[in-house]
Design a protein around this ligand. Sequence first.
Ligand SMILES: Nc1ncnc2c1ncn2[C@@H]1O[C@H](COP(=O)(O)OP(=O)(O)OP(=O)(O)O)[C@@H](O)[C@H]1O
Length: 446
Amino acid sequence: MSPGSGDDPLVQVHDLRKYYPQADGVLDKLVGESADVKAVDGVDLTVDRGETLAIVGESGCGKSTLGRTLLNLEEVTGGSIVFGGDDVAGLSDREMRPYRRRMQMIFQDPLASLNPRQSVGSILTAPMEVHGIGNDGADRLERARDLLERVGLERGHVDRYPHQFSGGQQQRVAIARALTVEPEFIVADEPTSALDVSVQAQILNLLGELQEELDIALLFITHDLSVVRQVADRVAVMYLGEIVETAPTKRLFAEPAHPYSAALLSAVPRIDPETRTDRTLLTGTVPSPIEPPTGCRFHTRCPAVIPPAEWGGDQPAFRAAFAFRNRLLDGEVDRDAAAARLGTEDAERIATYIIEQSLPVDIDELPADAAEAVREAARLAAAGDDDAASERVSEAFVSPCETDQPDRVPAIVPGSSAADVVNADGGWATCHRNDPDAPGTATIEE
Ligand SMILES: Nc1ncnc2c1ncn2[C@@H]1O[C@H](COP(=O)(O)OP(=O)(O)OP(=O)(O)O)[C@@H](O)[C@H]1O
């Protein structure tokens, strides 16, 4: 049985949601509307016994919230968390008690997670006491000494206090504390990102050794993809509260199926120049998790956004027109700034400037009707009518990625035909390009 095969699931999450009420939502509450931050929004995930699953994604995409919610440390908004066969979503602290021992968390900042007034001996024996591990105090202290040795510290360190250790040693203590209750599942949230680079590798090695030796399932949260390659059996890529792709680590790095995964990976330095691909710069701002985009949430920034069937040009031209549209819709086109910059109120010159600044290609590269729509929208914007300009581009440039929600389908890696790879490695992606039945995919040219 291979890790991540789904044959031996320890944790199974279905349609998990965690929404936070918006911080400045007082007005919304008064008018009876809720504007929640959809930090985790419909996540399906399985973690097998003994596997390391990495969760990756840009800052703010919901990784930490997912980790905390999975452990029921946050009140779940919706969905289920089946742990060892039981649904634990929504259980009270008391009801969670028998499960707590089986699941642990390791945080980014070890010092903040260790009580500075407690000796390491107390830090390590307290959870054992709570969960009735060990015969008596002496036995628990002996176990604490064993654990310190196991994580690469010294037995005598039980008498020390957290501040007497380096950052890497503190993280070792935090790992030892997680191990005191002999957990089956550990969520490690950026456990090395606060450490010196030289120490990071040691902590990663330690986690890997322990995980293998103790057959622990590890959910490893990180924004650092180079770390992922070292530790993870599988990867789940997260964007705006959703998982957009899961894949065995090796395949993800070789052939990501989702354009967002590909863009993230293209930013990772490669040692082997043969495999180096052009870096895809992600343009556009990350949309708000309060009102995420319709359809595929990544469509506003996607380099592979699909043109509609009637599009008369190629995909790069559509992508450029679509980027122009999104800049207008996001309010990034500022005609007053353009006028000030040019030192003129001449509408035609302002419109030309807006096109130069906001359309990533030369306007002549667009099909004639698209170029006309861009010109008209730019003129409307130059005249100060942003609403009409937005309306013009909204009707002119529509992608199926925006109108249709992509299904979760087996990952099809570029260059393979759908039939060859039907769920060959258990990975999946939510991208219309992966779905032979999706609307608009007929227009894809590779
Ligand atoms: N307690 C909270 N109250 C309100 N909003 C929150 C809370 N915790 C997180 N959020 C919001 O939820 C979204 C996801 O945040 P989260 O910290 O889970 O992302 P992340 O991917 O872990 O980011 P980072 O890598 O920066 O920690 C963000 O928009 C964040 O502002």
